[in-house]
Write a protein that binds this ligand. Structure first.
Ligand SMILES: NC(=O)c1ccc[n+]([C@@H]2O[C@H](COP(=O)([O-])OP(=O)(O)OC[C@H]3O[C@@H](n4cnc5c(N)ncnc54)[C@H](O)[C@@H]3O)[C@@H](O)[C@H]2O)c1
Length: 246
């Protein structure tokens, strides 16, 4: 057992659409993943809701529960932490976990509420050699893996353009931005021109969102892109890849 990675969870929720759920209970998906890995051991979870922590611990046979995540970090000597709380808590929890000596942090998307928070999380982990990842899981799903393979196999020739459409940039668009990087081999962007319409108040997890947006951009390898969001933006496709031959 000593050679296994000790995994802990911050914010566990309840499974989506079950009694007491406040959201999607993403920690349940994370735990199901770790449980399949022979070198991981689920050792502790923390949630301000003791009932949620206990229910999660029972489901995944997690031996220790906490209502204070900092106490868990201090006592459990964790190698890996999954952070599955709401976005405004991500920065503080990532930084506390890194400072407590955790070696890898897998945090839910979206990364943070502000650019400044995102930078401080990344810097803190970089300085300490902590691996920091975010749960943009779509790139691992079969339809997207297949699309990437067809692209690599030259089905549409050389990629010229990537498009995405969804409800909003921050909560949903973060997945499509990740997919753009996935399809374009992690190439950095060269420029972005964007405009949002935020006339009506609209929030997700307390964070203000646009009503609609147009995001035009180009990557350093010349691939051009477009993300459209808001009412009516969803025109029935997730991502559209346009190449020199189709
Ligand atoms: N990757 C995806 O496809 C996907 C899908 C849905 C949600 N999410 C993201 O997952 C994150 C969590 O959303 P959710 O719907 O799973 O939430 P949830 O409401 O199901 O669970 C959040 C849990 O965090 C706990 N919590 C709150 N403050 C805490 C604190 N200080 N310490 C410890 N626990 C605390 C709450 O009590 C709750 O049990 C969000 O960032 C959301 O955007 C990602």
């Amino acid at each position: 057992m000593a050679d296994k990675f000790r995994v802990g969870f911050i914010g566990v929720g309840r499974p989506w659409r079950t009694e007491g759920a406040t959201g999607f209970g993403m920690a349940y998906s994370h735990a199901a993943g770790y449980a399949k890995l022979p070198d991981c051991e689920l050792v502790a979870c923390a949630d301000i809701s003791e009932e949620n922590a206990k229910a999660f611990a029972e489901k995944f046979s997690v031996p220790a529960t906490y209502t204070d995540y900092n106490q868990m970090l201090a006592e459990e000597k964790l190698d890996v932490v999954s952070i599955c709380t709401w976005p405004h808590l991500h920065a503080r929890m990532v930084i506390d976990s890194a400072k407590a000596g955790v070696r890898a942090i897998h945090c839910e998307k979206p990364m943070a509420v502000t650019w400044g928070e995102a930078l401080s999380m990344a810097r803190c982990c970089e300085e300490r050699g902590v691996q920091l990842t975010f749960n943009h899981q779509r790139r691992f799903l079969e339809p997207f893996q297949r699309a990437k393979k067809l692209l690599k196999d030259g089905l549409i020739g050389q990629m010229k353009r990537i498009e995405g459409a969804c409800d909003n940039i921050y909560d949903w668009g973060t997945h499509w931005l990740d997919m753009f990087f996935f399809f374009n081999d992690e190439t950095p962007p060269e420029w972005v021109i964007a405009q949002i319409d935020a006339r009506r108040e609209r929030k997700v997890f307390g964070v203000p969102l646009e009503n609609q947006a147009v995001v035009d951009f180009q990557f350093t390898n010349g691939v051009r892109g477009l993300l459209q969001t808001g009412d009516g933006a969803d025109v029935g496709y997730a991502n559209r890849l346009v190449g020199s031959e189709g």
